[in-house]
Design a protein around this ligand. Structure first.
Ligand code: UD1
Length: 422
């Protein structure tokens, strides 16, 4: 079994370079097959979710080559086969193949997507969107296989009940190759959606309004291969900034767009964290006398749910009682048990509200990553704890944080991956 071993207490200094955004890349990679031919993606992060998507592409007879952070995708010989159950379930973002293959072939066969266990994670909004465009959906109950079929797709006015990131992007994919105009009302405004709409527009799609709550997609007959750069990962950046607020000695988090993380920066300021914003980087320092605050996760541009768990570790070091409230996912407090085991004082009111009293000294312990961002939170806790922490289930963390061990080691952390017998 592989574990992350951390000996806590080291300061973090120098530069940490941020990679391409996971949530953008996991949509851009499959989107390349909307066109037939050779597409190129730059700044693709080296994460295991990327590899899981490559395996699905290979199953569809798409040729994928990776050189450093450049991915070349050749879909010339693509075959619209069933995506196997194993691969469908390896990650949540496999759902993007639904919108893409439906748009391109008007037929998709795959299974219910997987992903971290942070709530029930339904896909009803995606499916309702596809139905509005004219698809018929067959769900085979016992295996959770989905078959989507359409004679043709026709543009429609779709109002999302919730501004779902995945549903917005998936409907954009299918609608790009529908006949006529689709309007998505109450669309998600996450900045990654702009990156994806840019890629589709470069391919020849006609999408306006991405990044606002109303997106209009005028369907086109076909899309052509092109190139795009994956935007910087605001969640990876935010995670290292939180680590920097705890341990930074002029730590510089580089290669980012600070305007994407305004909600986090506002909260750090409210706590009294000392940071300096530059054009494409932020320099951050460990701050004494952090103030307790309230943090509520919201859709973009609100405080990102994906930074709530790392933020909860920072709150354990603030003076007073902080409230950490999660409003997007049902099950994002699983890491709290382990923080308390390390010495934190966190009282869960329910699955969505935690009262965090600080500051508390944390002590190293054997702990278990419960999900991707919860895992990053526990690594953060290990970095500030006294003594040695070992984190198990590290595959969750490697799904979304490229090269996390080396990035932290180079910044001064005492962290490594060790192998133990089961
Ligand atoms: C994306 C991100 C994830 C982030 C989330 C919210 C990717 C690959 N993942 O996930 O990191 O935490 O946005 O910012 O981009 N919902 C439904 N029905 C649906 C779809 C969603 O009820 O059909 C609900 C979900 O249960 C959840 C909420 O809507 O409560 C948000 O989900 P959504 O925005 O769709 O998240 P994802 O796109 O899956």
């Amino acid at each position: 079994m592989k574990l992350i071993k951390i000996v806590g207490g080291n300061t973090l200094h120098g530069q940490i370079h941020i990679g391409g955004a996971k949530n953008s890349a996991v949509a851009l990679i499959p989107a390349a097959i909307l066109a037939t031919g050779v597409s190129k993606l730059y700044n693709v992060p080296n994460i295991s979710d990327r590899d899981a998507l490559f395996d699905i592409m290979k199953e569809l007879n798409v040729d994928v080559k990776m050189e450093d952070s450049v991915v070349t995708i050749d879909s010339t010989n693509i075959e619209n086969k069933t995506i196997s159950e194993f691969l469908s379930k390896r990650l949540r973002a496999s759902y993007y193949f639904m919108g893409i293959l439906l748009g391109k072939y008007k037929h998709v066969e795959m299974y219910f997507p997987g992903g971290c266990n942070i709530g029930s994670r339904p896909i009803d909004l995606h499916l309702k969107g596809f139905e509005a465009l004219g698809a018929t959906i067959t769900h085979i109950e016992d295996t959770h296989k989905y078959i989507l079929d359409a004679e043709k797709l026709t543009g429609a006015h779709i109002k999302l009940d919730f501004a779902s990131v995945g549903a917005t992007i998936n409907i954009m994919f299918a609608a790009s190759l529908a006949e006529g105009t689709t309007v998505i009302e109450n669309a998600a405004k996450e900045i990654e959606i702009v990156n994806i709409a840019d890629f589709l527009n470069k391919m020849g799609a006609k999408i306006t309004g991405a990044g606002t709550s109303e997106i209009t997609i005028e369907g086109v007959k076909e899309l052509k291969p092109t190139q795009i750069e994956v935007m910087p990962d605001r969640i990876e950046a935010g995670t290292y900034l939180i680590m920097g607020a705890l341990l930074g000695d002029n730590l510089e988090v580089c290669g980012i767009d600070p305007s994407h993380i305004t909600a986090l920066l506002d909260k750090l300021k409210e706590m009294g964290v000392n940071y300096q914003i530059k054009e494409n980087s932020i320099i951050i320092n460990k701050t004494a006398d952090l103030k307790a605050i309230n943090v509520t996760s919201l859709v973009y541009p609100g405080f990102p749910t994906d930074l709530g768990q790392p933020m909860s570790v920072l709150l354990t070091q603030a003076k007073g009682v902080s409230l950490f409230e999660e409003t997007i996912w049902e099950n994002r407090m699983q890491h709290v048990e382990y923080l308390n085991k390390m010495g934190a004082n966190i009282v869960l009111k329910d699955n969505a509200h935690a009262l965090i009293t600080g500051p508390t000294k944390l002590k190293g312990a054997p702990i278990n990553a419960t999900d991707l961002r919860g895992g990053a939170a526990l690594v953060t806790a290990g970095l500030i704890a006294e003594g040695t922490t070992t984190v198990s289930n590290i595959e969750y963390i490697l799904r979304g944080y490229e090269n996390i061990i080396n990035k932290l080691k180079n910044a001064g952390a005492n962290i490594e991956i060790i192998e133990t017998e089961e």
